[in-house]
Structure formats: C-alpha cells, structure tokens
Design a binder for this molecule. Sequence first.
Ligand SMILES: Cc1ncc(COP(=O)(O)O)c(C=O)c1O
Length: 480
Amino acid sequence: MTLHVSLVGRRNLSVEIYRQVRDAIVSGALRPGDRVPASRELAAALDVSRMTVTIAYERLSAEGFVVSRVGDGTFVGPHPAQGQRAVGRREDGGALRARREWQSIPLPTSFTQPAAFDFRTGIPDRSLFPQAAWRRLLARALKAACETGGPYGDPAGHPDLRAAIARHVGISRGVIVTPDDVTVTNGTQQALDIIGRILLRPGDGIAVEDPGYVVPRRLFRTLGSRVVGVPVDREGLVVHAIPRNVRVVYVTPSHQYPLGIAMTLARRRSLLAWAERHDGAVIEDDYDSEFRFSDRPLEPLRTLDVAGRVIYVGSFSKTLLPALRLGFMITPPSLRSAAHAAKFLSDWHSPTVTQIALAEFLETGGFGRHLRRVNAVYRERHQLLTTALATRFDADLELMPSSTGLHIAGIARKASVNEIEALARRAADKGVAIQTLSFFATGERALAGIVLGYGGIMTTDIEEGLRRLEKCFRQVTYPR
Ligand SMILES: Cc1ncc(COP(=O)(O)O)c(C=O)c1O
C-alpha cells in the first residue's frame, strides 16, 4: 500500500512528514511490521531532500514508532503507541459539525451483544439461511453480471428481480402489480428514506404508530419532518387521532410492530378513506407477513386502495437475512419516476450480483421451498410462546393476538412501565434478552409490557428462557 503524505502548503517539511507517518501508525492505518517507504523513495516522491525525510524518520525511530533493519528497510515498530493523539490535533475532534438533526443518533449495537436466550425482535434464524443454495446462486449471478451486465444497472432494479418480485407479491399477498411498479431497494430502510425524500418537505408532518418501529422515526426526523405518534388500539392505528396537518402515515398493518396485531378490515378502509379525504399517502410496511400460522391474511392496504395512495414496502431481511440488505417498494405510477430518481441519486442501484441471485431463487421456486421450511420452524416457536403467555404468564400479561411474523407481545396487567423495565434488566442478568413495549413509545404514552421475538432463539432453548423469565416475573412486587 502506498503511504500518502501531503506537503501542500506546509512549511516545516520534516515535522510534517513525521506527523503524518506517526498519525498513520497511531490511527492503525499502518500496523506493526508494515514497511514504511525507504527515505530515498519518499524523498523522491515528495520532491524534498533526503535529509528532510531522514530527520523525520530519526525522530520516529527515537520514539519507537519505526525500527530500521540494516539492509532490509524501515518498519512500523512492534508496540507503537496506538491511540495516542496526533500532534497538534484539536481536542474536540475537528472544526466541522453535522446538522443538528444528525447529532446524537444512536447506532445499533445491541446485536453485537449476544444473549444466551435471545428473544429480541427483528432477527431471523441465521441457521435456517439456505447457504449452499445461495452460494451456487451467487456464483452463477457473478458470472452473469460479468458477462452480460453493463457497468452500472437500472436504478429501479434488475429487470429479472423486478419481475420476480411482482410475481411473488401477487402470489403471496394478492398484490397484483407489474414489474414497472417495483423498485428494488437496500431493505425497507432505504425504501422509507426514498419515500420520505420524495414526499415530505422539511416541516411536514408524518404520522407513525405509537408504539411503533423506532428507526424510521429517527430517519424521518433527519429529513426535517415533524414525526407525530398516533395511538394504536386492538384494531390498529386509531385513524381519527391522526392530526389535521399530517398528510403521510407510516403503518405496519399486517403485523403491527411491536404489538403483533393485524389491523382490522374496517380500520384499513377507514385509513384509506382518510387518505382520500386529506390528499394523503399511506406507507404500508409489510415486513414479515410471509410467516403465517393461522387465519387467512387480510387484504393489504395496497390491494384495497383504488386511488393510488398506498406505497407498499417489503423486505427480504426476515425471510432471508438482514445482512443481504434487499427489499423493495411498490409505488403508484404517479410516484414511479421520482422514486427511481431518488434511488439513483442515493446509490445508483442495489448490488447487481445479489439481485440476480435473488431473482433466480424466486423464479426457480427455491424461495417458496425455503419459506415453507422456515415457516414450520417458526410456527412451532410461535405456538410455544403463545401457549406460555396465555397460560403461565396469564396473570401478568395479556397476550396480544398475532398469527403472523416473528414476534408476539404481552401487555402488563398490573406492572408499571418502570417495573417492566426493571424486570427486563433482571432478565438480561439471567441471560434472557427481551424488549419492553415502552422502548417503542413515541412520547409520554408508554405501554407497560414485553415483546418476545422467536427468530433469534433456538426452539430447544425456548423453555429454559421462559422458565428464567417466569422467575423474574415472580420477583415483581405489585403495590397493594
Ligand atoms: C417494522 C419493521 N419493518 C421493516 C424491517 C426490516 O428492515 P430492513 O428491510 O431495512 O432490514 C424491520 C426490521 O426489524 C421492522 O421491524
């Protein structure tokens, strides 16, 4: 690797060379044992005298940053003082500041901390991922991309994948669309980013479910939107509580996140009627309803919508892996070109090789077979947890009806938000990771309760996890 040293506009050249090589070592860009350029070479490259470089190297050597081996060269020393601050660098990390909306947004760290009994939501079972099939598909896709693909692809997505997704949502969700309606995205998250950017002006309001998915809320705020939480009852989002000055609503009707309930048909109709009355748009996030354990699913909003007011968003994060970063959105024709333009300006397009691989997986029936296989596993876990909540935990929690997806929720019958949060901390100490409903609250109206995901816990570990959780509930002392 070539070490980049810049002397543009610098006066004391030796000090500058010393500083930049030292910074490269301290930051870890150069690691112990790496060769640094010979003084003659660096002097020639920088067009300075060799003495200038030698003075810098002698200082680096005296401080233990580099060692010279006669006849061999100069190398980074075995224990350079990594983590030391670079000479003259500002204490506060630099003069630049991000816009206020971007400051102090927490990054996801929770999934790097493993739990022995992991009931966190949002994770599918990685051991069920069809590795061998995917490896073959990727190898073929790579060949196809190299042989036939252009240097860049279509921002809307690879044509084979758009066609395969159009067929897939038609079969699995009754959403009848053409490939032109589909835009491939890097997961739901990018779809929401694109939709937010093409629909919302700074200061516009967007209604989200309360409790609801936290990450989109943060995203919409960074776009300058006013994010307004609207309560969810047993039928779904309370449509009449949407504030007057809001035109865009983000919902999870198939499997409310995090309560797990399905929005009733009456509520779906009322939400669409709201959109028509208010010239509004509805973002329908259908992130995990491919896993279905009973009941016929209700019609997606997108299917009920006759006015072109719904943008339907889907993801392969739960059915395959979040790490693939593959999702899609189905836009009404009126938004199509703006959506494609926003995708283009964001990242040109999603990676071609994975798109081709997924297209083949969908088209050859591999995805359907995979879904049937994992559905059976999740069905058993869903059954175990539902039964446990409805029996052993019934005195503490009211089970929220849910027949889809990868998590269920229980609302505390007696415990307060603080008690449930304390319980979750006690459970974590016992190796049991759960999420509290209060974590998903938009504002002051936090619900007391818990959410249990079953994608990240092996079926055989569920009983022990529940036993430990039960013990934690026994320790809650309710006020009389
Ligand atoms: C409500 C909801 N929508 C969508 C997703 C998937 O997001 P992505 O497709 O960006 O991975 C998740 C993941 O946890 C989710 O909870």
